[in-house]
Design a protein around this ligand. Sequence first.
Ligand code: MN
Length: 311
Amino acid sequence: MSDINNETANHNQADAGFEILTALERDLGGGMIVRRALPNKQRRRVSAWCFFDHFGPVPIDRTPGQAGMRVGPHPHIGLQTVTWLLAGEVEHKDSLGSHCIIRPGQLNLMTAGRGIVHSEETPVEHTPLLHGLQFWIALPDAERHRDPAFEHHETLPTFTEQGDVFTLVIGNYRDQQSPATVFGDLLGLDLDLAPARERALSLEPQHEHAIMLLQGSASIDGTALDIGKLYFFGTGRDRLLIRSDTQARAFLFGGEPMSEQLILWWNFVARSHEEIETARADWIADRFGSVDNYDGDRLIVPPLTQRLKAS
Ligand code: MN
C-alpha cells in the first residue's frame, strides 16, 4: 500500500468513522461485468469474507455480449461461496452431482473444503435481467480440509419493520439463525429498505462490518452511499443509522476479525505457496472431479509466475 492510499484511508476514517473501498470492474467473459469490492488494495477482507463481486443489473438477451453468466467448470479449495440474487437466475452444477437453479431470495452456499468443481451459467429459460452477489468466505484452518458440500436454501429468516424487510442470509441476528452452515461467527443480512425512512441497525461491537448499496439511494451518518463502493466499519461500533431516500437494497456483512493469514490465488484460498502449486497441478491433471452436462470447456488455470506469500 502506498503512502497516498494510507492518507486516503485515514482521511475517510477520520471524517466519517468508516473506510470507503472502491470496487474495480472485471469482465468474467461474454460481457459479464462485475464490480469486485474484495479483495481490495486498501483492505483484503472483512472478517472471513475475502472476495465480493456485485454483478448487474444487466439485461440478458441474444445480443452478443449480453448472454448472461457463463462460467465453465473450475475448482475451489479452502473457501465457501455465497451466491445471492436480486433478479434473474443462475444454474449451478458441481462435482458432487448437485444441480440447481437459484432465484432471488434463495441462497446457494458451496463449501469447497479440500476441493470441489462447479459451473455457473444463466439457464436457457430465464427472466430478462440478472442482478446479484457472490462472496467467498475463507474457511478457518481447522475446517479447510473438510469434505466438500453444497446447500441450497429456499427460505431464510426475515424481519419486517415499517416497510423494511431484512433477510438473514448468513449467521445470527436478533435471536434468529440462518440455516446456512458456516464455520465462524459471521453475519450476512440483505436490506430491502422502504423509501424516506431512517432506521438503526444494531451491530455486534466485537465484529467488523461492511455495507454495499445495490439499488436505490441511501446514506449512512449523512454520507450518501455510492453503488460500486464498499463502506467498511471496524470493531467498536454497536449501531448503524441508515437513511433511505428511495426504495433501496443493500447488503450488510461482517463477523469476528480473522487473524489467520491467507493466500488468495485464482480460485484457491490457502496458507502456503506449495498448497497453491499442488492445487494448480491437481487441476491440470484433472484430479478434482468433474461437472456433468456442462456444454463448454472447463477453465484454464493461469501460470504461477511468482512466489506467493500469505498476508
Ligand atoms: Mn466459482
